[in-house]
Ligand binder design. Structure first.
Ligand code: GAP
Length: 473
């Protein structure tokens, strides 16, 4: 049973230290959120899982970490300066600013149809570089990147030559992106600052691009399932031609059921990620060589030709690109919603259990002393915590009675609780309690690390096999 709505997760996330509203002591900042002690662990675990799956388990993908602020010309030639905008309207009655394509001609705040004509609003955040520059100096204008992808395209040749790569191969990057969204909202689903996990997969111009999109869709569905997301809450959306981004010939979105409480099935879904066939648009438009019919260079600023020479066929071409682009924040929200469950204990009290997959759980084992006023028990529990730490993320907690401590760990998704009691001092054994079944087992301290690791592995959803492509690598 997933969370009934996003609000349930907002409240759990704040109460238990996953996500806090940002700048709250100054009244907040619409759509900005801070990741607390458990949120940062969960987010890091998602990013690590992604990196391991793409960069380590496969042999055809390299990693990259490019700058957030790039030369403005990148955004000129990527097309973002002229096309990266949303249609904006104002409600003349209540003065609310709205995205015209999301409201069907009616103000979502007051219901009025008295709206201004739509006008384009560029979503890139602007900034000025240099202490001496004037606010309106076009030479000093720069943007915060609205996608991590461009940092990959402009480094295509660097990576390819430094790592002596042959096509097909990919470049993966995780990092913050920024968009001045007109209507941010729904918690961390749509924010102005967010994190992306993007991969550009470079292939030959005559590859079966549309089929490759399907292959990557299948691989990502497997990856999301390995994070514990149920396939019932995932579905595919083929983006209609008229809604495709300026660079895309085909995009398939993987949607997640973020709004299960909505009556109409089609309004329950929102994009979790997109897989696009970007053609050779970006590499070609960042290159110095391509010219128009009169021989005039299309890019008069670039100093490089980002084409690729295929030794086997002795042909030079601009590689085509398949791009799976996912959001860290949307993945984290989907993971939290899907892991949420409720269970009634034998006293008839409702308990929340976050059934996070063990690889994502912020804490793998909590070490709890049964009596916190007994120094020998506390000492033993702390020593066990320290001995486990190099092997798995463990915490020590004595801030309540054992029932409360168990309930708190269940609510943050800790798969195992280890209790040290009076008996432990004599038999060198502890009680291990399972988050999902609440079953308990007595385990020797000397065997504890191995036992926990084995159990964590056994309860994890299947890992996706090292993904492959139908192309020869
Ligand atoms: N390079 C292609 C690209 O950026 P996109 O569909 O605009 O494609 C990819 O973004 C993913 O980034 C989305 O599927 C979503 O997960 C995440 N994303 C985009 N805008 C977002 C926002 N305002 N807040 C949170 N996540 C966002």
């Amino acid at each position: 049973m997933p969370a009934p709505n996003i609000d349930t997760i907002v409240s759990l996330a704040k109460r238990r230290g996953f996500v806090f509203p940002s700048s709250e002591i100054y009244g907040g900042l619409g759509s900005a959120w801070d990741y607390g002690p458990l949120g940062v662990e969960l987010s890091n675990n998602i990013k690590q899982s992604w990196w391991r799956w793409l960069v380590y388990d496969r042999d055809d993908i390299e990693g990259l970490d490019s700058s957030i602020i790039l030369n403005r010309l990148v955004w000129k030639y990527s097309g973002h300066e002229t096309t990266f905008h949303d249609p904006l309207v104002d409600c003349r009655e209540c003065k609310t600013r709205l995205r015209a394509d999301k409201i069907e001609g009616k103000c979502t705040n007051c219901g009025s149809t008295n709206l201004t004509e739509p006008r384009n609003f560029n979503m890139m955040f602007r900034t000025i570089l240099g202490a001496a520059a004037e606010e309106d100096d076009p030479a000093a204008l720069a943007y915060l990147r609205p996608e991590t992808a461009q940092g990959i395209f402009i480094n295509f040749l660097n990576v390819q030559t430094a790592m002596r790569r042959k096509i097909p191969f990919g470049i993966a990057q995780i990092g913050k992106s920024f968009r001045n969204e007109i209507t941010p909202g729904n918690f961390i689903l749509r924010t102005r600052e967010f994190e992306q996990m993007e991969m550009e997969y470079f292939v030959k111009p005559d590859a079966e691009h549309l089929k490759l999109v399907d292959e990557w869709v299948e691989q990502y569905l497997e990856w999301f399932k390995s994070l514990g997301i149920s396939s019932e809450n995932l579905h595919l959306h083929e983006v209609p031609a008229e809604e495709l981004a300026h660079y895309s010939k085909r995009t398939v979105d993987i949607m997640y059921r973020y709004f299960p409480e909505r009556a109409e099935e089609e309004r329950q879904w929102e994009e979790l990620m997109g897989i696009a066939y970007r053609t050779d648009f970006d590499l070609r438009s960042h290159s110095s060589k391509p010219a128009d019919e009169e021989g005039k260079r299309l890019n008069s600023d670039s100093t490089e030709d980002l084409s690729y020479f295929d030794e086997a066929t002795k042909q030079r071409f601009y590689p085509h690109v398949i791009e799976p682009a996912a959001g860290v924040n949307r993945t984290l929200l989907a993971v939290l919603m899907d892991a949420y469950s409720e269970k009634t204990n034998d006293k008839g009290e409702m308990r929340v259990i976050l059934k996070l997959s063990p690889q994502l759980a912020p804490i793998k084992a909590a070490i709890l002393p049964l009596a916190k006023n007994k120094p020998e028990i506390v000492g033993m529990a702390k020593a066990i915590k320290r001995s486990l730490q190099p092997v798995l993320r463990a915490v020590y907690d004595d801030t309540g009675g054992i029932g409360k401590l168990y309930a708190r760990q269940d609510e943050i998704g800790t798969p195992m609780c280890v209790t040290v009691d009076h008996q432990s001092l004599e038999d060198e054994a502890v009680t291990v309690r399972d988050r999902d079944t609440w079953e308990q087992e007595r385990v020797k301290v000397a065997e504890l690390a191995d036992y926990l690791q084995r159990r964590l592995k056994a309860t994890a959803p299947a890992q996706p096999v090292a993904a492959t492509t139908s192309l020869e690598i």
